[in-house]
Design a protein around this ligand. Structure first.
Ligand code: ADP
Ligand code: ZN
Ligand code: MG
Length: 495
Protein backbone atom coordinates (compact mmCIF):
# COMPACT_ATOMS: atom_id res chain seq x y z
CA UNK A 1 0.00 0.00 0.00
CA UNK A 2 1.42 3.33 -0.97
CA UNK A 3 -0.38 6.54 -1.70
CA UNK A 4 1.38 8.93 -4.05
CA UNK A 5 2.69 12.16 -2.54
CA UNK A 6 0.33 14.31 -4.63
CA UNK A 7 -2.69 12.35 -3.43
CA UNK A 8 -1.55 12.50 0.16
CA UNK A 9 -1.29 16.28 -0.06
CA UNK A 10 -5.02 16.50 -0.81
CA UNK A 11 -5.78 15.23 2.69
CA UNK A 12 -5.24 16.49 6.18
CA UNK A 13 -4.87 14.04 9.07
CA UNK A 14 -6.72 14.82 12.31
CA UNK A 15 -5.41 13.17 15.46
CA UNK A 16 -6.38 13.16 19.13
CA UNK A 17 -4.59 11.15 21.81
CA UNK A 18 -5.92 9.44 24.92
CA UNK A 19 -3.16 8.91 27.45
CA UNK A 20 -3.40 6.71 30.53
CA UNK A 21 -0.91 7.35 33.28
CA UNK A 22 -0.31 5.06 36.22
CA UNK A 23 0.19 7.25 39.27
CA UNK A 24 3.16 6.37 41.46
CA UNK A 25 1.36 6.15 44.80
CA UNK A 26 2.46 3.67 47.50
CA UNK A 27 -0.98 2.14 47.82
CA UNK A 28 -3.94 1.52 45.55
CA UNK A 29 -6.71 4.01 44.90
CA UNK A 30 -9.54 2.46 46.94
CA UNK A 31 -7.71 0.17 49.39
CA UNK A 32 -4.40 0.06 51.25
CA UNK A 33 -2.79 -2.72 49.16
CA UNK A 34 0.71 -2.01 47.89
CA UNK A 35 1.22 -0.94 44.28
CA UNK A 36 4.74 -2.44 44.17
CA UNK A 37 5.66 -3.84 40.76
CA UNK A 38 7.06 -7.36 40.40
CA UNK A 39 5.67 -8.89 43.59
CA UNK A 40 4.36 -12.50 43.41
CA UNK A 41 1.06 -12.61 41.47
CA UNK A 42 -2.07 -11.83 43.49
CA UNK A 43 -0.09 -11.14 46.66
CA UNK A 44 -1.09 -7.46 46.84
CA UNK A 45 -4.83 -7.96 47.00
CA UNK A 46 -7.72 -7.59 49.46
CA UNK A 47 -11.52 -7.86 49.34
CA UNK A 48 -11.79 -4.37 47.77
CA UNK A 49 -9.44 -4.87 44.81
CA UNK A 50 -10.55 -8.50 44.40
CA UNK A 51 -14.08 -7.21 43.99
CA UNK A 52 -15.56 -9.35 46.76
CA UNK A 53 -19.19 -8.57 47.62
CA UNK A 54 -19.73 -6.00 50.35
CA UNK A 55 -16.20 -4.55 50.29
CA UNK A 56 -16.26 -0.75 50.30
CA UNK A 57 -13.85 1.57 48.45
CA UNK A 58 -12.12 4.40 50.34
CA UNK A 59 -10.50 7.07 48.18
CA UNK A 60 -6.72 7.47 48.57
CA UNK A 61 -5.86 11.13 49.16
CA UNK A 62 -2.35 10.86 47.70
CA UNK A 63 -3.70 9.72 44.32
CA UNK A 64 -6.01 12.74 44.17
CA UNK A 65 -3.10 15.03 45.09
CA UNK A 66 -1.05 13.62 42.20
CA UNK A 67 -3.94 13.91 39.75
CA UNK A 68 -4.52 17.47 40.90
CA UNK A 69 -0.87 18.37 40.47
CA UNK A 70 -1.01 16.92 36.95
CA UNK A 71 -4.19 18.83 36.09
CA UNK A 72 -2.69 22.13 37.24
CA UNK A 73 0.56 21.54 35.35
CA UNK A 74 -1.49 20.93 32.19
CA UNK A 75 -3.26 24.27 32.63
CA UNK A 76 -6.63 22.67 33.29
CA UNK A 77 -9.58 24.19 35.10
CA UNK A 78 -10.13 21.97 38.14
CA UNK A 79 -13.75 21.25 39.01
CA UNK A 80 -14.59 22.01 42.62
CA UNK A 81 -16.74 18.92 42.62
CA UNK A 82 -16.25 15.81 40.52
CA UNK A 83 -17.79 12.38 40.68
CA UNK A 84 -16.95 8.71 40.31
CA UNK A 85 -19.09 6.42 38.20
CA UNK A 86 -19.28 2.73 37.46
CA UNK A 87 -18.30 1.75 33.94
CA UNK A 88 -19.81 -1.67 33.50
CA UNK A 89 -18.23 -4.33 31.32
CA UNK A 90 -17.16 -7.91 31.68
CA UNK A 91 -13.57 -9.00 31.47
CA UNK A 92 -11.77 -11.70 33.48
CA UNK A 93 -9.25 -9.22 34.88
CA UNK A 94 -12.03 -6.96 36.17
CA UNK A 95 -13.48 -8.94 39.07
CA UNK A 96 -16.14 -6.39 40.11
CA UNK A 97 -17.65 -6.37 36.63
CA UNK A 98 -17.20 -2.62 36.48
CA UNK A 99 -14.39 -0.09 36.59
CA UNK A 100 -14.68 2.95 38.85
CA UNK A 101 -13.95 5.97 36.68
CA UNK A 102 -14.96 9.58 36.33
CA UNK A 103 -17.30 10.13 33.44
CA UNK A 104 -19.74 13.04 33.27
CA UNK A 105 -18.00 15.06 35.97
CA UNK A 106 -14.23 14.73 35.54
CA UNK A 107 -11.62 16.19 37.87
CA UNK A 108 -10.43 18.76 35.34
CA UNK A 109 -11.13 20.16 31.86
CA UNK A 110 -10.04 22.75 29.28
CA UNK A 111 -6.27 22.48 29.63
CA UNK A 112 -3.48 22.84 27.10
CA UNK A 113 0.20 22.26 26.58
CA UNK A 114 2.56 23.78 24.08
CA UNK A 115 4.46 21.59 21.66
CA UNK A 116 7.50 22.52 19.64
CA UNK A 117 6.87 20.98 16.31
CA UNK A 118 10.14 20.12 14.60
CA UNK A 119 8.24 19.82 11.34
CA UNK A 120 9.95 21.33 8.27
CA UNK A 121 13.04 21.88 10.37
CA UNK A 122 11.68 25.07 11.91
CA UNK A 123 10.84 25.21 15.59
CA UNK A 124 7.39 26.64 16.10
CA UNK A 125 5.26 26.54 19.20
CA UNK A 126 1.69 25.26 18.95
CA UNK A 127 -0.89 24.96 21.68
CA UNK A 128 -2.72 21.65 21.90
CA UNK A 129 -5.92 21.60 23.89
CA UNK A 130 -6.59 19.04 26.61
CA UNK A 131 -10.27 18.20 26.72
CA UNK A 132 -10.32 16.52 30.10
CA UNK A 133 -8.36 14.78 32.81
CA UNK A 134 -10.05 12.25 35.02
CA UNK A 135 -9.16 9.71 37.72
CA UNK A 136 -9.91 5.99 37.46
CA UNK A 137 -8.70 2.60 38.67
CA UNK A 138 -6.63 0.14 36.67
CA UNK A 139 -7.77 -3.42 35.92
CA UNK A 140 -5.77 -6.58 36.64
CA UNK A 141 -3.62 -8.31 34.08
CA UNK A 142 -4.45 -11.38 32.00
CA UNK A 143 -1.40 -13.52 31.26
CA UNK A 144 -1.75 -15.47 28.05
CA UNK A 145 1.89 -16.42 27.62
CA UNK A 146 4.87 -17.78 29.49
CA UNK A 147 3.35 -20.82 31.23
CA UNK A 148 3.81 -24.48 30.28
CA UNK A 149 0.05 -24.75 29.80
CA UNK A 150 -0.37 -21.38 28.09
CA UNK A 151 -1.78 -23.19 25.06
CA UNK A 152 -4.78 -24.19 27.17
CA UNK A 153 -5.05 -21.69 30.01
CA UNK A 154 -4.81 -18.02 30.80
CA UNK A 155 -3.82 -16.71 34.20
CA UNK A 156 -4.96 -13.60 36.05
CA UNK A 157 -2.78 -11.37 38.23
CA UNK A 158 -4.81 -8.88 40.25
CA UNK A 159 -1.86 -6.99 41.77
CA UNK A 160 -2.57 -4.16 39.32
CA UNK A 161 -6.29 -4.15 40.04
CA UNK A 162 -7.10 -0.83 41.71
CA UNK A 163 -3.83 0.96 40.92
CA UNK A 164 -4.66 4.65 40.35
CA UNK A 165 -4.67 6.07 36.83
CA UNK A 166 -5.35 9.41 35.27
CA UNK A 167 -6.62 9.64 31.72
CA UNK A 168 -5.62 12.70 29.73
CA UNK A 169 -7.67 13.27 26.56
CA UNK A 170 -6.44 15.73 23.94
CA UNK A 171 -8.53 17.78 21.55
CA UNK A 172 -8.37 16.58 17.92
CA UNK A 173 -5.82 19.31 17.15
CA UNK A 174 -2.80 17.29 16.04
CA UNK A 175 -2.26 17.36 12.29
CA UNK A 176 0.47 14.81 11.59
CA UNK A 177 2.13 11.78 13.13
CA UNK A 178 5.10 14.03 13.91
CA UNK A 179 2.90 16.42 15.89
CA UNK A 180 1.42 13.47 17.77
CA UNK A 181 4.95 12.35 18.61
CA UNK A 182 5.91 15.86 19.70
CA UNK A 183 2.78 16.18 21.84
CA UNK A 184 3.43 12.90 23.62
CA UNK A 185 7.08 13.89 24.15
CA UNK A 186 6.13 17.25 25.66
CA UNK A 187 3.45 15.64 27.82
CA UNK A 188 5.78 12.90 29.06
CA UNK A 189 8.49 15.43 29.93
CA UNK A 190 6.04 17.46 32.03
CA UNK A 191 4.78 14.29 33.75
CA UNK A 192 8.34 13.24 34.54
CA UNK A 193 9.09 16.66 36.03
CA UNK A 194 6.04 16.29 38.27
CA UNK A 195 7.31 12.92 39.56
CA UNK A 196 3.78 11.52 39.55
CA UNK A 197 4.62 8.41 37.54
CA UNK A 198 7.49 6.36 36.17
CA UNK A 199 6.09 7.19 32.67
CA UNK A 200 7.38 4.02 31.05
CA UNK A 201 5.60 3.03 27.83
CA UNK A 202 7.29 -0.37 27.61
CA UNK A 203 6.22 -1.25 31.15
CA UNK A 204 2.76 0.23 30.62
CA UNK A 205 2.83 2.98 33.24
CA UNK A 206 2.25 5.39 30.33
CA UNK A 207 -0.20 4.15 27.69
CA UNK A 208 -1.41 5.90 24.60
CA UNK A 209 -4.36 5.28 22.28
CA UNK A 210 -4.46 7.27 19.07
CA UNK A 211 -7.64 8.50 17.35
CA UNK A 212 -7.15 9.39 13.73
CA UNK A 213 -9.17 10.48 10.73
CA UNK A 214 -8.46 12.17 7.41
CA UNK A 215 -10.33 14.87 5.53
CA UNK A 216 -9.85 16.83 2.29
CA UNK A 217 -7.71 19.87 3.13
CA UNK A 218 -10.56 22.25 2.32
CA UNK A 219 -13.15 20.41 4.44
CA UNK A 220 -14.44 21.91 7.65
CA UNK A 221 -15.92 18.72 9.08
CA UNK A 222 -13.89 15.87 10.47
CA UNK A 223 -13.86 12.48 8.80
CA UNK A 224 -14.75 9.22 10.56
CA UNK A 225 -12.07 8.25 13.05
CA UNK A 226 -10.52 4.98 14.03
CA UNK A 227 -8.88 4.36 17.38
CA UNK A 228 -5.53 2.60 17.39
CA UNK A 229 -4.45 0.67 20.47
CA UNK A 230 -1.47 -1.42 21.50
CA UNK A 231 1.10 1.32 21.01
CA UNK A 232 3.82 0.63 23.51
CA UNK A 233 6.50 2.96 22.24
CA UNK A 234 6.82 6.40 20.68
CA UNK A 235 8.09 4.82 17.50
CA UNK A 236 5.06 2.54 17.25
CA UNK A 237 2.73 5.51 17.76
CA UNK A 238 4.26 7.31 14.82
CA UNK A 239 4.42 4.22 12.59
CA UNK A 240 0.85 3.17 13.39
CA UNK A 241 -0.43 6.67 12.60
CA UNK A 242 1.48 6.81 9.32
CA UNK A 243 0.05 3.44 8.37
CA UNK A 244 -3.47 4.39 9.38
CA UNK A 245 -3.37 7.75 7.57
CA UNK A 246 -2.26 6.03 4.35
CA UNK A 247 -4.88 3.31 4.75
CA UNK A 248 -7.68 5.82 5.26
CA UNK A 249 -6.63 8.03 2.34
CA UNK A 250 -6.52 4.97 0.12
CA UNK A 251 -10.02 3.98 1.27
CA UNK A 252 -11.47 7.43 0.64
CA UNK A 253 -9.70 7.70 -2.73
CA UNK A 254 -11.21 4.43 -3.87
CA UNK A 255 -14.68 5.49 -2.78
CA UNK A 256 -14.93 3.23 0.26
CA UNK A 257 -16.39 4.26 3.60
CA UNK A 258 -14.28 4.27 6.72
CA UNK A 259 -15.90 2.43 9.59
CA UNK A 260 -15.53 3.80 13.05
CA UNK A 261 -13.68 1.05 14.87
CA UNK A 262 -10.91 0.13 17.25
CA UNK A 263 -7.80 -1.18 15.54
CA UNK A 264 -4.70 -2.85 16.94
CA UNK A 265 -1.15 -2.09 15.88
CA UNK A 266 0.79 -5.23 15.02
CA UNK A 267 4.44 -4.30 15.34
CA UNK A 268 5.64 -7.50 13.72
CA UNK A 269 3.56 -7.04 10.60
CA UNK A 270 3.84 -3.24 10.77
CA UNK A 271 0.13 -2.76 10.20
CA UNK A 272 -3.12 -2.14 12.03
CA UNK A 273 -6.07 -4.47 11.89
CA UNK A 274 -9.67 -4.09 13.00
CA UNK A 275 -10.55 -5.37 16.47
CA UNK A 276 -14.15 -4.33 16.97
CA UNK A 277 -16.39 -2.01 15.03
CA UNK A 278 -18.91 0.44 16.41
CA UNK A 279 -21.78 -2.02 15.92
CA UNK A 280 -20.29 -4.10 18.69
CA UNK A 281 -19.35 -1.06 20.73
CA UNK A 282 -20.00 -1.27 24.42
CA UNK A 283 -22.79 0.42 26.22
CA UNK A 284 -21.06 0.82 29.54
CA UNK A 285 -24.26 1.65 31.42
CA UNK A 286 -22.47 4.32 33.43
CA UNK A 287 -24.08 5.36 36.69
CA UNK A 288 -22.78 7.28 39.72
CA UNK A 289 -20.76 5.13 42.13
CA UNK A 290 -23.08 4.77 45.14
CA UNK A 291 -20.25 3.86 47.55
CA UNK A 292 -18.25 7.09 47.03
CA UNK A 293 -19.10 10.68 47.81
CA UNK A 294 -18.53 13.36 45.22
CA UNK A 295 -14.91 14.50 45.26
CA UNK A 296 -14.58 18.05 46.53
CA UNK A 297 -11.40 20.02 45.92
CA UNK A 298 -10.93 23.05 48.14
CA UNK A 299 -9.33 26.24 46.90
CA UNK A 300 -6.79 25.90 49.71
CA UNK A 301 -5.68 22.43 48.58
CA UNK A 302 -5.36 23.63 45.01
CA UNK A 303 -3.20 26.55 46.13
CA UNK A 304 -1.08 24.32 48.34
CA UNK A 305 -0.35 22.01 45.42
CA UNK A 306 0.28 24.92 43.09
CA UNK A 307 2.82 26.33 45.53
CA UNK A 308 4.77 23.05 45.48
CA UNK A 309 4.84 22.87 41.69
CA UNK A 310 8.37 22.40 40.32
CA UNK A 311 9.63 24.69 37.59
CA UNK A 312 8.24 23.09 34.41
CA UNK A 313 10.27 22.32 31.27
CA UNK A 314 9.23 25.34 29.21
CA UNK A 315 9.80 27.82 32.00
CA UNK A 316 13.16 26.24 32.72
CA UNK A 317 14.15 26.43 29.07
CA UNK A 318 13.25 30.10 28.92
CA UNK A 319 15.25 30.77 32.08
CA UNK A 320 18.29 28.88 30.78
CA UNK A 321 18.28 31.00 27.62
CA UNK A 322 17.99 34.25 29.59
CA UNK A 323 20.16 33.45 32.60
CA UNK A 324 22.93 31.47 30.91
CA UNK A 325 22.86 32.88 27.39
CA UNK A 326 22.30 29.44 25.85
CA UNK A 327 20.82 28.81 22.43
CA UNK A 328 17.22 27.60 22.33
CA UNK A 329 18.49 24.31 20.95
CA UNK A 330 20.95 23.64 23.79
CA UNK A 331 18.50 24.83 26.45
CA UNK A 332 15.83 22.55 24.96
CA UNK A 333 18.16 19.55 25.08
CA UNK A 334 19.22 20.29 28.66
CA UNK A 335 15.67 20.56 30.01
CA UNK A 336 14.48 17.40 28.23
CA UNK A 337 15.11 15.68 31.54
CA UNK A 338 14.81 17.30 34.94
CA UNK A 339 17.78 15.32 36.27
CA UNK A 340 19.98 16.53 33.40
CA UNK A 341 18.89 20.14 33.88
CA UNK A 342 19.68 19.89 37.61
CA UNK A 343 23.05 18.30 36.89
CA UNK A 344 23.87 21.06 34.42
CA UNK A 345 23.05 23.75 36.97
CA UNK A 346 25.30 22.03 39.52
CA UNK A 347 28.14 22.09 36.98
CA UNK A 348 27.53 25.81 36.40
CA UNK A 349 27.54 26.46 40.15
CA UNK A 350 30.98 24.85 40.32
CA UNK A 351 32.58 26.69 37.39
CA UNK A 352 30.46 29.78 36.58
CA UNK A 353 30.99 29.05 32.89
CA UNK A 354 27.49 28.31 31.57
CA UNK A 355 28.28 27.91 27.87
CA UNK A 356 31.30 25.60 28.14
CA UNK A 357 29.40 23.69 30.85
CA UNK A 358 26.49 23.12 28.44
CA UNK A 359 28.89 21.86 25.78
CA UNK A 360 30.61 19.42 28.12
CA UNK A 361 27.32 18.05 29.47
CA UNK A 362 25.64 17.75 26.06
CA UNK A 363 28.57 16.39 24.07
CA UNK A 364 31.36 14.63 25.99
CA UNK A 365 29.43 13.49 29.05
CA UNK A 366 26.40 12.44 26.99
CA UNK A 367 28.70 10.51 24.68
CA UNK A 368 30.36 8.68 27.60
CA UNK A 369 26.98 7.89 29.16
CA UNK A 370 25.60 6.48 25.90
CA UNK A 371 28.73 4.46 25.32
CA UNK A 372 28.59 2.98 28.80
CA UNK A 373 24.94 1.99 28.62
CA UNK A 374 22.05 3.10 26.46
CA UNK A 375 19.66 3.12 29.42
CA UNK A 376 21.90 4.95 31.88
CA UNK A 377 20.55 8.14 33.44
CA UNK A 378 22.62 11.20 34.20
CA UNK A 379 21.90 10.68 37.90
CA UNK A 380 23.97 7.49 37.64
CA UNK A 381 26.91 9.28 36.01
CA UNK A 382 30.12 8.33 37.82
CA UNK A 383 31.30 11.93 37.43
CA UNK A 384 29.98 14.28 40.11
CA UNK A 385 28.68 17.58 38.72
CA UNK A 386 31.13 19.53 40.91
CA UNK A 387 34.02 17.52 39.45
CA UNK A 388 32.95 18.23 35.89
CA UNK A 389 32.68 21.90 36.86
CA UNK A 390 36.26 21.81 38.14
CA UNK A 391 37.47 20.27 34.88
CA UNK A 392 35.66 22.95 32.84
CA UNK A 393 37.40 25.62 34.97
CA UNK A 394 40.82 24.04 34.50
CA UNK A 395 40.34 23.96 30.74
CA UNK A 396 39.19 27.58 30.61
CA UNK A 397 42.21 28.63 32.70
CA UNK A 398 44.51 26.79 30.32
CA UNK A 399 45.82 24.35 32.92
CA UNK A 400 44.98 21.58 30.47
CA UNK A 401 43.97 21.75 26.81
CA UNK A 402 40.44 20.98 25.69
CA UNK A 403 41.72 17.95 23.83
CA UNK A 404 43.32 16.62 26.98
CA UNK A 405 40.18 17.48 28.89
CA UNK A 406 38.37 14.79 26.91
CA UNK A 407 40.87 12.14 27.96
CA UNK A 408 40.72 13.34 31.55
CA UNK A 409 36.93 13.21 31.57
CA UNK A 410 37.00 9.68 30.20
CA UNK A 411 39.30 8.69 33.06
CA UNK A 412 37.14 10.52 35.59
CA UNK A 413 34.19 8.57 34.21
CA UNK A 414 36.03 5.29 34.60
CA UNK A 415 37.63 5.83 37.98
CA UNK A 416 35.44 8.42 39.71
CA UNK A 417 38.58 10.45 40.45
CA UNK A 418 38.64 14.24 40.24
CA UNK A 419 40.29 16.13 37.40
CA UNK A 420 42.99 17.52 39.70
CA UNK A 421 43.92 14.06 40.97
CA UNK A 422 44.28 12.72 37.43
CA UNK A 423 46.25 15.73 36.20
CA UNK A 424 48.65 15.47 39.15
CA UNK A 425 49.08 11.69 38.90
CA UNK A 426 49.72 11.71 35.15
CA UNK A 427 51.69 14.96 35.09
CA UNK A 428 49.33 16.34 32.48
CA UNK A 429 49.51 19.95 33.45
CA UNK A 430 49.79 22.11 30.37
CA UNK A 431 53.19 23.78 30.07
CA UNK A 432 52.71 27.52 29.63
CA UNK A 433 55.84 28.60 31.45
CA UNK A 434 57.85 30.57 28.85
CA UNK A 435 61.21 29.67 30.39
CA UNK A 436 60.52 25.96 30.19
CA UNK A 437 59.13 26.25 26.66
CA UNK A 438 62.11 28.31 25.49
CA UNK A 439 64.40 25.53 26.68
CA UNK A 440 62.56 22.97 24.61
CA UNK A 441 62.42 25.35 21.64
CA UNK A 442 66.21 25.92 21.70
CA UNK A 443 66.78 22.17 21.79
CA UNK A 444 64.54 21.62 18.79
CA UNK A 445 66.25 24.44 16.88
CA UNK A 446 69.75 23.14 17.50
CA UNK A 447 68.69 19.58 16.60
CA UNK A 448 67.33 20.73 13.24
CA UNK A 449 69.82 23.01 11.48
CA UNK A 450 68.35 22.33 8.02
CA UNK A 451 64.85 23.54 8.92
CA UNK A 452 66.30 26.46 10.88
CA UNK A 453 68.25 27.49 7.79
CA UNK A 454 65.07 27.33 5.66
CA UNK A 455 63.15 29.45 8.16
CA UNK A 456 65.93 32.00 8.19
CA UNK A 457 65.86 32.21 4.41
CA UNK A 458 62.27 33.40 4.71
CA UNK A 459 60.34 30.15 4.54
CA UNK A 460 58.23 31.13 7.54
CA UNK A 461 55.74 28.32 6.87
CA UNK A 462 58.24 26.04 8.60
CA UNK A 463 57.07 27.59 11.88
CA UNK A 464 54.16 25.16 11.96
CA UNK A 465 56.58 22.28 11.66
CA UNK A 466 58.60 23.62 14.62
CA UNK A 467 55.43 23.96 16.70
CA UNK A 468 54.70 20.32 15.94
CA UNK A 469 58.18 19.29 17.11
CA UNK A 470 57.82 21.16 20.40
CA UNK A 471 54.38 19.61 20.98
CA UNK A 472 55.86 16.20 20.30
CA UNK A 473 58.76 16.81 22.69
CA UNK A 474 56.31 17.81 25.43
CA UNK A 475 53.90 14.94 24.72
CA UNK A 476 51.24 17.45 23.71
CA UNK A 477 51.36 19.30 27.00
CA UNK A 478 52.70 22.60 25.70
CA UNK A 479 50.32 25.54 25.36
CA UNK A 480 50.16 25.89 21.53
CA UNK A 481 49.86 29.69 21.38
CA UNK A 482 52.74 30.18 23.79
CA UNK A 483 54.85 27.75 21.78
CA UNK A 484 54.37 29.92 18.69
CA UNK A 485 55.44 33.05 20.52
CA UNK A 486 58.47 31.44 22.10
CA UNK A 487 59.58 29.79 18.86
CA UNK A 488 59.39 33.06 16.94
CA UNK A 489 61.61 34.68 19.54
CA UNK A 490 64.11 31.85 19.69
CA UNK A 491 64.32 31.50 15.90
CA UNK A 492 64.95 35.24 15.60
CA UNK A 493 67.72 35.01 18.22
CA UNK A 494 69.44 32.13 16.43
CA UNK A 495 69.97 34.26 13.28
P1 ADP B 1 -15.32 8.61 21.67
O1 ADP B 1 -16.68 9.04 22.09
O2 ADP B 1 -15.28 7.73 20.49
O3 ADP B 1 -14.48 8.12 22.81
P2 ADP B 1 -14.28 11.25 21.97
O4 ADP B 1 -15.07 12.39 21.42
O5 ADP B 1 -14.37 10.98 23.43
O6 ADP B 1 -14.64 9.94 21.15
O7 ADP B 1 -12.78 11.48 21.59
C1 ADP B 1 -11.81 10.59 21.91
C2 ADP B 1 -10.51 11.08 21.28
O8 ADP B 1 -10.65 11.11 19.87
C3 ADP B 1 -10.12 12.48 21.68
O9 ADP B 1 -8.72 12.53 21.87
C4 ADP B 1 -10.50 13.33 20.49
O10 ADP B 1 -9.64 14.44 20.33
C5 ADP B 1 -10.32 12.37 19.34
N1 ADP B 1 -11.20 12.61 18.19
C6 ADP B 1 -12.51 12.90 18.23
N2 ADP B 1 -13.00 13.00 16.98
C7 ADP B 1 -11.97 12.76 16.13
C8 ADP B 1 -11.83 12.71 14.70
N3 ADP B 1 -12.87 12.88 13.89
N4 ADP B 1 -10.62 12.43 14.22
C9 ADP B 1 -9.57 12.21 15.02
N5 ADP B 1 -9.64 12.24 16.34
C10 ADP B 1 -10.82 12.51 16.91
ZN1 ZN C 1 -6.68 -4.18 47.87
MG1 MG D 1 -14.17 8.99 24.77
Amino acid sequence: MSVAEAVRKKYEPVIGLEVHLQLGTQSKIFCSCSTRFGDPPNSNTCPVCLGLPGALPVLNRESVAMALKTALALNCAVNTSSRFARKNYFYPDLPKGYQISQFEEPLAEHGWIEIESSENGSETGKRIGITRLHIEEDAGKSLHEGFTDSDRRSYIDLNRSGVPLVEIVSEPELRSSQEAYDYLTALKTILEYLEVSSCNMEEGTLRCDANVSVRPVSASEFGTKTEVKNLNSFRFLQKALDYEIERQIEMVESGKTIVQETRLWDSREQRTYGMRSKEFAHDYRYFPEPDLLPLTISQAWKEEIRSQMPELPQAKKKRFIEQYGLSGYDAGLLVSSRAQADYYEDVVRACSLPKPAANWVLTELTYLLKQANKEIEITDAPVAAANLGELVSLIEKGTVSGKMGKDILAEMFETGKSAREIIAARGLEQISDSGKLAEVARQVISDNPKQTEQYRKGKTATLGWFVGQVMKATRGQAHPQKVQEVLKEELAKSK
